[in-house]
Design a protein around this ligand. Structure first.
Ligand code: 5GP
Ligand code: MN
Length: 321
């Protein structure tokens, strides 16, 4: 794989970093990791654009500089999309992608078809933070950049739990720890600690969850009025689907939240057998083999019926159920 210097070819002086809509810990950590690394080691005009994200992630250095450029006509020499599997999912700053002189994409989604001029996509990496680390010179990673990359990696690996974690992931995490970061605090504050309201909505989703397919599938749905009642936003619903998947006997967990009239954002997680990225892709979404998402229309009944028919087909194909 090429190093970051090979992406930063001649005549590149201005760079925009953009993440995906509803940025999660990997997206924010990776975008800010890249921003910090470029600020530390280069004299370039760099901007970073991100949609609203969890307050706990704003400890990262230069978070106050996010979205600092307010000139919509600014044209960048290079726009780098980070952790974004498809062009339509680019978040704030996506308009700069259209006008950029050069585009690049750094990602780890299996569903990423490579929508930029330069594509660095490693589906086997557990987080975009890991892909970035490999592009950087380890000696030039500051403590602040290490904090960002470590955050990215723990968020997309469930704190080193998922099967996407490799020996290399742990070596990288070890090197980042060696930079003097407060790793224990990062895990506690950004991954596990939740506001009272977030815990309440998690409890509600678990309480009202329903098992299907002899307990192999579980789903829960949060309505727009529920979200209003508990005063939560979509970013506060992160982690609910992983909790559903933790249910004994479950192979696939489905979590829905209402985004409009007869419109739901769907999160899918699987344990061992089902490739949920295929199910999500069928409905215009994407993601990873064991974590994917899409947006679907219709009643909750329709959405669940459609999803479970695809899940059932995959299970039948491998002789399950
Ligand atoms: P989540 O369920 O946490 O929203 O997303 C799980 C994974 O699926 C993430 O890696 C995310 O990028 C991907 N994903 C979620 N929703 C969509 C979608 O609507 N389109 C695509 N292409 N990917 C999605
Ligand atoms: Mn990611």
């Amino acid at each position: 794989m090429k190093k970051i210097d090979e992406i930063l070819t001649e005549n590149i002086n201005s760079i925009a970093i953009v993440g995906h809509v509803r940025p999660d810990g990997d997206c924010v950590g990776s975008c800010m990791g890249l921003y910090n690394y470029l600020k530390d080691n280069y004299t370039l005009d760099v901007d970073v654009y991100l949609d609203d994200f969890a307050h706990s992630l704003s400890f990262m250095r230069y978070s106050d500089e996010i979205n600092k450029n307010t000139d919509p006509s600014k044209q960048y020499d290079l726009v780098i999309a980070v952790d974004c599997s498809d062009r339509n999912r680019l978040g704030k700053g996506n308009e700069f992608f259209e006008t950029a002189k050069k585009t690049a994409c750094i990602d780890h989604h299996i569903s990423n078809a490579g929508y930029s001029e330069v594509n660095h996509i490693r589906p086997n990496a557990c987080a975009s933070g890991e892909v970035l680390y490999e592009l950087f010179d380890a000696d030039k990673i500051s403590k602040e950049t290490a904090e960002c990359l470590y955050t990215a990696i723990i968020h997309d690996s469930g704190v080193f739990q998922y099967s996407s974690v490799t020996q290399r992931t742990m070596e990288i995490a070890g090197t980042l720890m060696g930079k003097g970061i407060d790793f224990s605090n990062i895990v506690a504050k950004t991954f596990y600690e939740k506001s009272y309201h977030r815990n309440q909505i998690l409890g509600r989703a678990l309480l009202e969850s329903i098992r299907l397919m002899n307990g192999k599938c579980i789903f829960s749905v949060i309505s727009a009025s529920n979200m209003e009642f508990y005063r939560v936003k979509p970013k506060d619903l992160d982690g609910i689907v992983e909790n559903l998947r933790n249910t004994e006997g479950v192979e696939v967990a489905i979590f829905l939240y209402e985004t409009g009239a007869q419109e739901y954002k769907v999160s899918l997680r699987s344990k061992d057998i089902v490739d949920v990225s295929k199910v999500a892709a069928y409905y215009g979404g994407g993601g990873h083999v064991k974590a994917a998402g899409c947006t679907m229309h219709g009643s909750v009944y329709d959405v669940i019926n459609n999803l479970t028919s695809h899940i059932e087909q995959q299970m039948l194909a491998v002789g399950e159920e």
